[in-house]
Design a protein around this ligand. Structure first.
Ligand code: NAP
Length: 346
């Protein structure tokens, strides 16, 4: 225990965000690491992820997770190596995925999200990417919530992101007859068609009439909308849904940076009656117990080359705030991973 660090470095909330976050909303601080209490586990962070859902915690507003207070550490998913433990479920040297946050070390408090990484056949970063929360969101969103069936038509928004791109490929493996993605820019569209297997990709920024473009991409309409973007998109798609259509609310990328009350409403609810539509949100942790089985199936699909993924990597704790801001504006796509460990470890 003598060579354990006395302190770690982490990023905390310096001020609440208004609109798109700025660098001034974040601050790096040193934070003491005390003796572990019963049940706690200390990890050395190897890498962590940048998650758009974190935005909803940077200011007050309606979210299923409460807003962070000034000085609170920023949360996020991390892969770490256990370096000290007061929990008999974990041993020094174990590799885990957990909600370790934007920090060089993390203390797992004994309850909450943590998972031992079951094998080393795939890059460790995948356990906070395609095999972690984003991949599981796509998996349970399409399979449990939407119950997407072979032969159905599905529309997936923010389709080049880690949730969307995994959803496109799960839809293909289910046997969807038509898979349409919505994404910004030709590079994303090209990857979605060539690597992920989308039948069509609509660039929502370039389309002058988005609803017409979405209809042209699937003239018979859609059985499922897997939405990562928010209310305006949902309202645009509702009239295109077929009888019995389902909307999965996964995320609200277009609405996260709006102040409370600024998000547009959903108006086209009259279509719900005639077409017997259903709309349902998901919190992926509701399916936590089923993660291992889903991860085994999805992992096998990655190993066989059936499912592909994109990552965009950054180096060092200090890179996280700008990389997080770029999630909403930058041209990069795929899971955003900040490497903390020595290059090559993740
Ligand atoms: N419900 C759950 O349990 C759960 C769990 C995890 C994640 N999620 C949600 O899943 C969604 C996708 O997450 P992800 O990690 O895969 O992130 P992501 O889709 O990679 O998010 C970044 C992308 O969002 C798109 N975007 C940004 N601003 C936008 C806007 N105003 N309108 C439309 N698109 C915009 C951009 O792509 P383009 O260039 O293509 O626009 C950007 O590259 C997020 O909403 C996240 O909160 C939900």
């Amino acid at each position: 225990m003598t060579d354990l660090p006395a302190e770690t470095r982490r990023i905390v909330l310096a001020s609440q965000a208004a609109g798109l976050p700025t660098l001034q909303n974040f601050r790096i601080e040193g934070h003491p690491i005390g003796p572990l209490k019963d049940g706690e586990v200390l990890t050395r962070t190897l890498c962590f992820s940048l998650d758009p859902g974190t935005r909803s915690r940077l200011s007050s507003g309606a979210s299923y997770a409460p807003p962070l207070r000034i000085g609170d550490p920023i949360d996020g998913f991390a892969v770490g190596e256990v370096i000290a433990t007061a929990n008999d479920r974990f041993a020094v040297g174990d590799l885990v995925a957990s909600g370790g946050g934007w920090a060089e070390h993390a203390v797992f408090p004994g309850r909450g999200y943590i998972q031992k990484i079951p094998h080393l056949r795939l890059p460790l970063s995948l356990w906070i990417g395609v095999l972690g929360v984003p991949g599981m969101t796509a998996w349970f969103g399409l399979k449990r919530v939407a119950r997407l069936a072979p032969g159905e038509r599905v529309l997936i928004t923010s389709a080049a992101g880690p949730v969307g791109a995994t959803a496109v490929q799960i839809a293909r493996s289910i046997g969807a007859a038509r898979i349409v993605g919505v994404a910004g820019g030709e590079e994303k569209a090209e990857w979605l068609r060539a690597a992920a297997g989308a039948h069509e990709v609509v660039d929502y920024r370039a389309a002058t009439d988005l609803q017409a473009a979405l209809k042209a991409a699937s003239p018979e309409g859609y059985d499922v909308l897997f939405d990562n973007v928010g209310n305006e998109m949902i309202d645009t798609v509702i009239p295109l849904l077929r009888p019995g259509g389902r909307i999965v609310i996964s995320g609200q990328l277009a609405d996260y940076n709006l102040a409370a009350g600024e998000a547009p409403g959903v108006h086209n609810t009259r279509y719900f009656i005639a077409n017997r539509l259903r709309m349902e949100g998901l919190v992926v942790f509701d399916d936590l117990k089923a993660f291992p089985d889903a991860q085994a199936q999805l992992g096998a699909m990655i190993e066989s080359g059936e499912v592909k993924f994109q990552e965009h990597r950054y180096r060092g704790l200090g890179a996280a705030p700008q990389a997080f801001i770029d999630l909403f504006t930058g041209p990069a796509f795929g899971r955003r991973i900040v490497e903390i460990a020595d290059a090559g470890e993740v």
